[in-house]
Design a protein around this ligand. Structure first.
Ligand code: ZN
Length: 510
């Protein structure tokens, strides 16, 4: 019974992918930024120097960090605007390496991707607020994992103040496999034009798509050509009634691996089951894009099975990037939690009318998609907590004990759920990571240096060091002492341009 309800979630996972489209990086805006900013008397918390947290000063010049002085009494550089960080903490801007910007939380996909005239008026406001909602919670860099509507990404980059945005271009599903399988046969190849051909299925692939245009090498070249920094592919046999979706073999993955390496792209695999994560490890992917909440035949085991531990050991030893994405399950569970929409920060990240709609019976349409018939909320919460939530927590706790290469990633939104809201979902993901056993230091590193290194952005991002882009966050509390620190943001800098938290809120009067 439990599983039936949960597995109706196939739709979300589908969306998670559907919702995805591509990008480049924002250049500094020298006209608007003050030439020099001197953030002084502040405790500098940078992940490469966590054993060495001292009070000091940071000089920003033309969008870059040019000087980091870890001592007191350094003279203010000439002409600099001074920002006192007395009693406060300065960290690098946070990086969320798994988002889907074109997907709107809580909105039906046919409305999300449908004609403009059918869209509620608040959708425009939602997209206008979107960059600020991420910044409101300190996220200054995002990676969109699967581009489905490039215009959304382009608009995002046009916003006056926005996080840096990278992407994995159009994703690489295996022909007729997840997630293209959720679209009708006649539409799925158009929706996922960068699919990988499977000659065994030639009769169910429209003739205009030729094998030579859809090799792993051609698909990876498509991503590279569009400016992507990563390649996203899938191993997913499906859910409930769709359990036999075609999946690639290790031979195909080897070709994807080879092409990604040659193109210098990070290879990411959607994999949330024991079988899929083992496959991902065997195929030497760089990043596993989900936690393991599906243990297959071992689902009912109360303790972590030895055979799963063995795969997790390899994930840790080989330093494969691991994105737990715990909020995927909690984002669904939110429909069964009567307190969720009362979360204090929601009005900070959403237009008021959108929240009002979520509170209406119509705004809860997705609940019906995932709830079992007539199941009380408490029973559904139990299903999540004793099923996938329990399993993924055990996996993440084990990996935390091995100090695995965690990458902070939210999968916002992973489904058309209102339980994955931009920016706030990151803060909630952090809370879940802590609950699952990550230390504050592990969370901090996952959201800064680990993501920067994995995505080869560490020459520009991830630490507070001279030469890096001035993406910074000033906090009232230390993120190494409490998780709540991430909700005490005072100021966010993006390429040296500052914004106080208040003006980033959806309900600000700016
Ligand atoms: Zn995703």
């Amino acid at each position: 019974m439990a599983d039936k309800g949960i597995f109706r979630m196939k739709i979300f996972s589908f969306l998670c992918v559907l919702l995805l489209p591509v990008a480049a990086i924002a250049l500094p805006s020298p006209n608007q930024a003050p030439d020099r900013t001197w953030i002084t008397d502040v405790r500098i918390i940078s992940p490469e120097k966590l054993d060495h947290i001292e009070k000091g000063s940071v000089l920003i010049e033309n969008g870059r960090i040019v000087r980091v002085a870890r001592k007191k009494g350094v003279k203010k550089p000439a002409g600099a605007t001074v920002v006192s960080g007395e009693g406060q903490f300065l960290i690098p801007g946070l990086i969320d390496s798994h988002v889907h910007l074109a997907s709107i939380p809580g909105v039906r996909p046919e409305v999300n991707f449908g004609p403009a005239e059918a869209k509620p008026t608040w959708i425009k406001q939602y997209f206008k607020q979107l960059p600020r909602s991420y910044l409101y919670f300190g996220y200054t860099t995002l990676v969109d994992l699967a581009v489905v509507d490039r215009r959304v990404l382009e608009d995002f980059r046009q916003a006056p103040l926005h996080p840096d945005l990278y992407d994995c271009g159009e994703s690489l599903p295996f022909a007729n496999g997840y997630p293209m399988s959720f679209a009708p046969p006649e539409a799925r190849f158009q929706l996922f034009p960068n699919f990988i051909y499977d000659s065994n299925q030639a009769s169910s692939i429209p003739a205009q798509y030729t094998p030579q245009d859809h090799t792993p090498a051609a698909a990876v070249a498509g991503v590279k050509g569009s400016g992507g920094i990563c390649v996203k592919t899938y191993f997913e046999r499906g859910f409930a009634g769709d359990r036999n979706l075609p999946v690639m073999g290790l031979d195909v993955l080897a070709d994807v691996r080879k092409a990604a390496t040659q193109a210098g792209l990070v290879l990411m695999m959607h994999a949330n089951s024991f079988e899929a994560q083992k496959f991902a490890v065997d195929g030497h992917v760089d990043v596993i894009a989900h936690g393991m909440w599906n243990w297959g035949d071992l689902d009912k085991q109360t303790e972590l099975p030895t055979e799963i531990e063995k795969v997790l050991d390899r994930i840790a030893e080989e330093k494969i990037g691991y994105q737990p994405t715990l909020q995927v399950m909690h984002g669904l569970r939110a429909y069964f939690d009567p307190e969720y929409l009362k979360t204090k920060a929601i009005p900070k990240v959403l237009p008021a009318e959108m929240l009002e709609w979520f509170e209406s019976p119509e705004g809860k349409w997705f609940k019906k998609e995932i709830a079992e018939d007539n199941a009380p909320d408490a029973a559904m919460r139990e299903e999540f907590d004793h099923g996938p939530v329990r399993r993924v927590q055990k996996v993440v706790a084990y990996l935390a004990g091995k100090d695995a290469n965690f990458l902070f990633a939210t999968d916002t939104p992973s489904a058309p759920t209102y339980g994955n809201l931009p920016g706030l979902n990151g803060y909630q993901e952090m809370q879940q990571l802590q609950r699952a056993g990550l230390s504050l230091e592990q969370i901090f590193r996952a959201a800064t240096i680990n993501n920067a290194r994995e995505f080869k952005l560490d020459s520009q991002l991830g630490t507070i060091e001279p030469g890096k882009i001035a993406n910074l966050v000033l906090l009232k509390k230390s993120p190494l002492e409490s998780l709540e620190a991430y909700d005490t943001i005072v100021t966010v800098w993006v390429h040296g341009r500052s914004a106080s938290r208040g003006i980033l809120a959806a309900n600000s009067s700016k």
